[in-house]
Design a protein around this ligand. Structure first.
Ligand SMILES: [Zn+2]
Length: 233
C-alpha cells in the first residue's frame, strides 16, 4: 500500500465533500430567502393603498359636486319660481346662484384632475402586480432548479461517503486520526501535493533530501513549514 497516495486520495474526496457541503448550505440559504418577492409584494400593497386613496378622493369630490348641484337646483326654483318677489331676497338668491356655479366649476376641474391621478395610480398598481407575479415565477423556477441541484449533490455526497468509508478501512487507525486532526487544524487540507519541488499548500521549497524521502511509499513526510502531509505524484 502506498500510504501517501491513499491519504492524497482521501484528501481529494474530503475536498470534494467540503465543496458540496458549502454549496448545499448556499442552496439552503437561497431557498429560504424570499426578500425580493416580499419587497415586490410590499410595493404592490403600497400601490393598492395609493389607488384606494385616489378613488376616495375622486368620490369625495363627486359627492360634493352633487350636493352643490342640488343646492343650485333649489336656488333656481326659488329664483325663477315667482314666489320670491322681494328685490333684496332676489338679489341674494342671484348672488348665491353665481357663487354656486363658480364652486361647481372648480369642483369639476378638481374631479377631472383627481380622475387623472386615479388613472395613474391604477397603471402603477397594474405594473406592481406584474412585477410581483414575475418575482414569484422567477423564484419558483430558481427553487426548482436548486432543488434539482441539491438532489444531485446529495447523491454525489453519498457516493463520496461510501468511497471514503472504504478507503479508511484500508488505512491504519492511527494514521487516519492523525489525518483527521490535521484536517481540522489546517483549514480542511491535511495533505498537500508537491508541485515543482514546492509544498502546494504553503509554497515553501523542499530540500533535495525531503524530495528524496517523499518518494518512499511507506513513510509520511510532513512539510516543515505548514505541517501538512506531503504527497508527490
Ligand atoms: Zn507546506
Amino acid at each position: 500500500m502506498n500510504l501517501p497516495f491513499s491519504l492524497y486520495r482521501l484528501q481529494t474526496i474530503d475536498t470534494q465533500r467540503q465543496k458540496i457541503t458549502r454549496r448545499l448550505t448556499q442552496i439552503e440559504a437561497i431557498l429560504n430567502a424570499d426578500e425580493f418577492v416580499k419587497a415586490k409584494l410590499q410595493q404592490k400593497q403600497l400601490a393598492a393603498e395609493e389607488l384606494a386613496g385616489k378613488q376616495s378622493q375622486t368620490n369625495k369630490i363627486a359627492a360634493e359636486t352633487s350636493e352643490k348641484r342640488l343646492k343650485l337646483e333649489l336656488n333656481q326654483v326659488q329664483l325663477f319660481g315667482g314666489k320670491v318677489r322681494n328685490p333684496k331676497e332676489l338679489q341674494d338668491l342671484q348672488a348665491e346662484s353665481e357663487a354656486l356655479k363658480r364652486t361647481i366649476q372648480k369642483l369639476e376641474d378638481a374631479h377631472f384632475q383627481a380622475l387623472m391621478e386615479q388613472e395613474d395610480a391604477q397603471k402603477k398598481l397594474a405594473e406592481a402586480e406584474q412585477a410581483h407575479q414575475s418575482a414569484v415565477n422567477a423564484k419558483a423556477t430558481e427553487n426548482s432548479l436548486l432543488a434539482g441541484e441539491r438532489g444531485n449533490l446529495t447523491v454525489e455526497m453519498d457516493n463520496l461517503n461510501a468511497q471514503r468509508e472504504a478507503l479508511i478501512q484500508t488505512l491504519p487507525a492511527e494514521i487516519v486520526s492523525q489525518y483527521e486532526s490535521l484536517l481540522k487544524t489546517k483549514g480542511g487540507k491535511a495533505v498537500s501535493a508537491i508541485e515543482d519541488d514546492c509544498c502546494e499548500a504553503c509554497g515553501v521549497e523542499l530540500s533535495p533530501r525531503d524530495m528524496q524521502a517523499v518518494r518512499s511509499p511507506n513513510t509520511l513526510l510532513r512539510c516543515k513549514t505548514c505541517g501538512r502531509i506531503l504527497y508527490k505524484a
